[in-house]
Design a protein around this ligand. Structure first.
Ligand code: FES
Length: 609
C-alpha cells in the first residue's frame, strides 16, 4: 500500500514480482515511489517502509530504527527481499529528489529533456516594444530554446490572458508551448517497453523522477502472429498488413497512454515526451517501415537510429508537440529494447564481468568484461512463452510457475499464479519442471524420460505419474480429479522437454560464443542478469541445473526485471543517459551467430543436461 499526501486514504496496490527481488525494486518497477538517495544500496537509510509479519532485521535496520519501530515492522525497503507474499506500507516521499533510482540500482541525476520555467514578465509599453517571444526568451536564456510555430501561435493570447505570468515549456531545446500561470509541477512523460507479446507503459513525474502509474496490455498485433518472424511474413504476403500492423501498434500505445493518464489523474496534454524501447521489428512496424530486410539474410536495419518525431505521428493524443524518442538498435536482432536494457543494467559502467540474458522467442545476450561489450541474439523459439508446449500457456492466472519434487514423499509442490486450479505451464514452470525431473533422475542427461522400471527404483512414489498420452511419454504435474486420464491433466511431455532443450541450447551456444570472443571462462562471470518478462521469473537454481546459464553459484544470478522499460524511464529522466544509449552503439560489438561455421556443432553439444 502507498499512502497519499494530504490525509487521503492510502492507495492499495497488489503487484507480482520474481521471488527474491527487494521491496525497493518491486516498488520502483511497479510505479510506487520510495525515498532514496543511494539507489537501493543500503547506505542512505531513507527507504523506510513498514512490513507486516516476521521480517529479518539487518544491521542497517538496527542503525536506522528504534527498538519499537523495529517491533512495528519498520525496515529499509532495499534490504527486504520478497520471498513470500508481503504487505508493505509505503510512506509518501518526504523530500524533493534530485535523482531517481531506476533499473538495476542505477541512480539517475534528474535532467529531463522536458524543462519548464515560470516567469513573470514586464508588460510591453510604447517604450518597450520588443516582440513577445524576445521578452520570454530573455527571461529563460539559460535554456536557450528556439521557439516553434505552435508556441508562437499561442504566445500573444496566453501572455495577455495570464497577465504575463506564464510557464514556458521547452523540450529538447525547443520552446513548444507557453501555459498560463505556474505549471512547473505538472511535467510528465511516458516510457514504453514495446514488446512483441506485451507492451508496458509507465507514466513518469519528471519533476520528482518518480513513476505515477504503470499499465500493460497484450500487443494488438497478436492476430498477425506471436513472434516477429510471423509478423514480418504477414507484411510480405499482404500489402495491407503493414498499415494494419502500424495501426495496431498505435492503438496499443494509445490505449496504454489513456490508461496510465487516467490512473494517475494526469491531463494527457501535460505529457510532453515519450520514449519507446522496442526490438527492431516492433520499431519498424510502429513507424510503418518495411520490416522485410530484418527477416531475411543478411538481416539489415532501415536505420539504427529512428528520427525524432512527434507523438501524434505514432497515433498518440498527448501534448500536440510531444516528442518521441526511440532507442537506437545494434542490429536486426539486438534492437532498441536491448540498448535500453544495457542502460538500465549499467553494462557499460560496471567493472565486473557480467552477462545479461533477456529470455524470449528471440533471446538477446550481452557480455561485458568491464572493458569490452559483446552482444548477440539467439533464436530460442516460442517454448518460454508456452508456444509449442503441450500444456503451455502465458504467465497468467492458472499457470504453474514453480515446481518442487519431493522424491521420498512423492509430493509435487506447484506454485500457481493467482492461487487457482492449475491450467497449464508457463515458461518458468517449464524450466522448473525439467530441472526438477533432471535433479531427481526421472529425466536422463540426454533429456529422455527414464524407462518405467528405472523410475520405480529412483522415485517409487512419483513413478506412477510417468505415463503415456497416445504414443508419447508424459509426466503428470497436476491431476484435476483422482482418476483423471492424462489427457485431462497438466503434463510435461517428452516433446516439451525437447523444445526446451532446443531453446536452452540456442541460448547457451550464444553466451558460450560470447565468452570465447572475450577470452573468458564461464567461472569468470561475476553476475548473470536474467531480464525480461520470462527471464526475470526463472528460478536461478533451475536455470543453472539445465544449463540455461553458466554453472555458477546461484547468488551470482539475479533477476533484473523489465530492463527495457527501465531504460526507457532513464532516457526520459536524463538527457545524459540518453546520450549514453547513443554511445553504446560505438561501444558494443555485435556478433552474428548464423554465419558461424561451428554453430551447429556447438548447438548439439549444448543440448544435454
Ligand atoms: Fe538507500 Fe535503501 S535505498 S538505504
Amino acid at each position: 500500500t502507498g499512502a497519499d499526501d494530504g490525509g487521503a486514504p492510502p492507495a492499495q496496490r497488489s503487484v507480482r514480482v520474481p521471488p527474491g527481488v527487494t521491496v525497493f525494486d518491486s516498488a520502483s518497477w511497479n510505479g510506487i515511489a520510495i525515498d532514496s538517495t543511494c539507489g537501493g544500496h543500503g547506505t542512505c537509510h531513507k527507504c523506510k517502509v513498514r512490513v507486516e509479519g516476521p521480517t529479518p532485521i539487518t544491521r542497517h535496520d538496527v542503525k536506522t530504527f528504534s527498538r519499537e519501530q523495529l517491533d512495528n515492522g519498520w525496515r529499509l525497503a532495499c534490504l527486504v527481499q520478497a520471498t513470500r507474499d508481503l504487505a508493505v506500507d509505503v510512506p509518501p516521499l518526504t523530500t524533493r529528489p534530485k535523482a531517481a533510482t531506476v533499473g538495476v540500482g542505477r541512480q539517475v541525476i534528474l535532467r529531463p529533456a522536458v524543462q519548464k520555467r515560470y516567469v513573470e514578465l514586464d508588460e510591453p509599453t510604447l517604450a518597450d516594444q520588443r516582440p513577445d517571444v524576445d521578452r520570454l526568451l530573455a527571461a529563460i536564456d539559460d535554456l536557450e530554446p528556439a521557439p516553434d510555430l505552435h508556441a508562437l501561435r499561442r504566445l500573444p493570447k496566453v501572455l495577455r490572458e495570464a497577465d504575463f505570468k506564464v510557464t514556458a515549456v521547452v523540450v529538447d531545446e525547443v520552446l513548444v508551448d507557453v501555459e498560463p500561470g505556474d505549471t512547473t509541477d505538472q511535467r510528465y512523460a511516458i516510457a514504453y517497453d514495446l514488446g512483441t507479446t506485451t507492451v508496458v507503459a509507465t507514466l513518469l513525474d519528471l519533476t520528482l523522477g518518480t513513476p505515477i502509474a504503470v499499465a500493460s496490455v497484450l500487443n494488438k498485433q497478436q492476430p498477425f502472429g506471436g513472434d516477429v518472424i510471423t509478423r514480418i511474413s504477414a507484411t510480405m504476403l499482404d500489402p495491407e498488413a503493414l498499415p494494419r500492423l502500424q495501426r495496431a501498434a498505435a492503438d496499443t500505445l494509445a490505449e496504454l497512454a489513456s490508461q496510465v493518464c487516467g490512473e494517475g489523474g494526469v491531463d494527457p496534454r501535460q505529457v510532453y515526451e515519450v520514449a519507446i524501447a522496442g526490438n527492431a521489428t516492433m520499431t519498424a512496424l510502429v513507424l510503418g517501415m518495411d520490416p522485410e530486410p530484418l527477416g531475411v539474410a543478411p538481416f539489415v536495419l532501415a536505420t539504427a537510429q529512428p528520427p525524432a518525431l512527434l507523438a501524434a505521428e505514432v497515433g498518440l493524443d498527448l501534448h500536440p508537440r510531444a516528442h518521441v524518442y526511440f532507442f537506437p538498435a545494434l542490429g536486426a536482432y539486438v534492437g532498441g529494447d536491448i540498448v535500453a536494457g544495457m542502460l538500465a543494467t549499467g553494462m557499460d559502467r560496471d567493472k565486473r564481468t557480467r552477462l545479461m540474458i533477456d529470455v524470449g522467442t528471440n533471446c538477446e545476450i550481452v557480455l561485458s568484461d568491464g572493458d569490452r561489450i559483446v552482444s548477440t541474439a539467439a533464436p530460442a523459439g516460442p517454448a518460454f512463452e508456452g508456444g509449442a508446449i503441450r500444456c503451455g500457456m502465458r504467465a497468467a492466472d492458472g499457470a504453474i510457475e514453480t515446481i518442487r519434487l519431493d522424491t521420498p514423499e512423492g509430493v509435487v509442490d506447484l506454485g500457481v499464479i493467482g492461487d487457482v486450479e492449475p491450467k497449464g505451464l508457463c515458461g518458468s514452470g517449464l524450466v522448473d519442471a525439467v530441472a526438477e525431473l533432471v535433479k531427481v533422475g526421472l529425466l536422463d542427461g540426454t533429456g529422455r524420460f527414464v524407462p518405467d522400471e528405472q523410475a520405480v527404483d529412483i522415485a517409487p512414489k512419483l513413478a506412477d505419474r510417468l505415463t503415456k498420452l497416445g504414443e508419447e511419454r508424459v509426466f503428470v504435474l497436476h491431476r484435476p480429479w483422482p482418476d483423471a486420464g492424462p489427457e485431462d491433466c497438466v503434463v510435461l511431455s517428452q516433446r516439451d522437454v525437447r523444445e526446451l532443450q532446443f531453446a536452452k541450447a540456442a541460448i547457451s551456444t550464444g553466451w558460450s560464443l560470447l565468452l570465447e570472443e572475450l577470452g573468458l571462462e564461464a567461472r569468470d562471470v561475476q553476475q548473470v542478469l536474467m531480464a525480461g518478462s520470462f527471464g526475470s521469473y526463472i528460478s536461478p537454481a533451475s536455470a543453472v541445473r539445465i544449463g540455461l546459464v553458466p554453472k555458477l553459484p546461484v547468488l551470482r544470478i539475479v533477476s533484473a526485471g523489465n530492463v527495457a522499460g527501465e531504460g526507457a524511464k532513464m532516457a526520459l529522466l536524463s538527457v545524459r543517459e540518453r546520450a549514453g544509449a547513443a554511445a553504446l552503439l560505438e561501444e558494443v560489438t555485435y556478433v552474428e551467430l548464423s554465419d558461424r561455421a561451428d554453430f551447429n556443432d556447438r548447438f548439439v553439444d549444448q543440448l544435454g543436461f
